[in-house]
Design a protein around this ligand. Structure first.
Ligand SMILES: Cc1ncc(COP(=O)(O)O)c(C=O)c1O
Length: 480
């Protein structure tokens, strides 16, 4: 594709943009049970207007755009107060959970470099339910993740397993509030005690739950302590583009003290251009996301968030009750918020996902890992609340249909054909053969994803990852 010789007319251009999203998931309908955090049309329009109002202001230099600095300081102050921080807490506004996590991991690494220069192979202890962003951060920053099992019934981190994994090279401990996969809060108080005993940095990943859990607790539900009131917590990441319903590109990372945040900062005057001073990973950045996050918090307000929390929790309770009574489906853990997952006994969850898709619902498949079997994940959003009964009826129907579909045969074929393959040396042809077996070769995405998911689920993790990297490398394809 080439830049058009003459610019397109505004109308034609927007028609094209609209047509481009014809195959997207219809998220506005409320039938999509993951990825979407929909605040409803009124708040959405306020947030969009705030975003575009600040689209072109550059957050790169706060001395030139003090408005961006002020918005960031106000948003981060609101986030800190929300997490019961005292006056010493210091934070930053970032582009998302992954960036917040990346920065907290970098800060912990650099503090360890300063205090413990003897550590030459720094390790991060991660419960196996910790978000993949921590392993990505380790990958980018040259740290070594040490995965530890979680409690196989509650899916909460096991503090004894974490303690057993701590070595002289440990630089960081991690707990989640909530974990994405099962929607539960880890025992942060026990992890905090361990962090204090061993003089270690403890990061709490509140990207998904940090914001809404405060309202869950205010509604009288039991929420394990996870915020700055817990001794031993060094830093917390909390996204605003999830359940604070801000526009995407909005998260916060907060440190117990300004001195801890110092390790996040970067400065460079070792070149011919302007001096670079960056608190976060991005340099030139639109002030749109921070203005939109500020607008979401101001427009929805405390009472608005409380009301929404009440609604999504009531819907979650109905789904949990339905799953508890279902003969074939099994809830994994007990959700502390509005995210949950469930497994199926004697049939393939991947077929259930496809059958739901046939009925116009998006529910998210999760592969087996550690003590967690393959399962279906649901995020229960305000926009989905009105659909609960219909969704559950279709879920029951999908389970009945899935029972008649073949399952396990592909996994057996994969095992027979590719069982002993070394992921580091596997050839492109072998990967092609695996994709073909799953029906995922060629240009188009397969109609049904169950075979692909079954193949991925059956492969050892390093092979899964290798196959996914090659698939992704192929998916982003540029035509000349
Ligand atoms: C618990 C948790 N941490 C981190 C992340 C990563 O956030 P992002 O996708 O905004 O980078 C997510 C995303 O869902 C999450 O659920």
């Amino acid at each position: 594709m080439r830049i058009p010789e003459h610019g397109l007319a505004r109308q034609e251009l927007f028609e094209l943009l609209e047509r481009h999203r014809a195959d997207d998931m219809p998220w506005r309908t409320g039938r999509t049970w993951a990825y979407v955090y929909d605040p409803g049309p009124e708040a959405e329009s306020v947030i969009k207007d705030a975003f575009t109002a600040y689209l072109s202001e550059n957050g790169l230099d706060p001395t030139v755009f003090p408005s961006a600095l002020r918005l960031e300081n106000e948003v981060v102050s609101m986030a800190a107060a929300h997490l019961h921080a005292d006056g010493d807490v210091a934070g930053s506004f970032t582009s998302g959970g992954t960036e917040s996590i990346m920065l907290a991991v970098k800060a912990a690494r650099d503090r360890a470099r300063e205090l413990r220069p003897d550590i030459d192979r720094p390790e991060v202890v991660l419960p196996e339910t910790a978000h993949a962003a921590f392993q990505k951060a380790c990958h980018y920053l040259g740290l070594h993740p040490v995965l530890v099992p979680v409690d196989p019934v509650s899916f909460r981190a096991d503090p004894d397993a974490v303690a057993a994994a701590v070595t002289d090279s440990t630089v960081l401990l991690v707990g989640s509030a909530i974990s994405y996969a099962h929607g539960v809060v880890d025992p942060i108080e026990e992890l905090g005690r361990l962090a204090l005993e061993r003089d270690l940095w403890l990061h709490v990943d509140g990207c998904m739950g940090g914001f809404l859990l405060q309202y869950v607790a205010r509604l009288g539900r039991p929420v394990p302590a996870y915020d700055f009131r817990v001794p031993g917590v060094s830093s917390i990441s909390m996204d605003l583009h999830k359940y604070a319903f801000a526009a995407k590109g909005a998260s916060t990372v907060l440190y117990r003290t300004k001195d801890l945040r110092r390790h996040q900062m970067y400065a460079c005057s070792n070149w011919t251009g302007y001096t670079v001073i960056n608190p976060t990973i991005q340099s030139t950045k639109s002030a749109g996301p921070v203005a939109a996050a500020w607008a979401a918090l101001q427009f929805i307000g405390d009472d608005g968030y409380l009301a929404w929390t009440r609604q999504v929790l009531a819907a979650t309770d109905r789904i949990v009750a339905h799953l508890d009574a279902h003969p074939d489906l099994r809830l994994l853990g007990r959700p502390d918020m509005n995210l949950l997952s469930f497994a199926a006994d004697g049939l393939s969850v991947f077929h259930v996902v496809d059958e739901m898709r046939e009925r116009d619902w998006y529910v998210q498949p999760q592969l087996a890992f550690g003590s967690s079997p393959e399962n279906i994940h649901l995020s229960i959003n305000p926009a989905s609340v009105r659909w609960v009964d219909e969704m559950l009826a279709d879920l029951d129907a999908s389970v009945v249909s899935a029972r008649d579909l073949p399952s396990g045969e592909l996994a057996a074929a994969i095992d027979a054909e590719f069982g002993g393959i070394d992921p580091d040396t596997v050839s492109g042809e072998t990967i092609e053969a695996m994709l073909a077996l799953a029906g995922a070769s060629g240009d188009a995405l397969p109609e049904r994803m169950a075979p692909v998911n079954e193949v991925l689920n059956a492969l050892p993790v390093p092979l899964r990852e290798r196959l996914l990297v090659l698939y992704l490398n192929d998916l982003f394809r540029q035509s000349p």
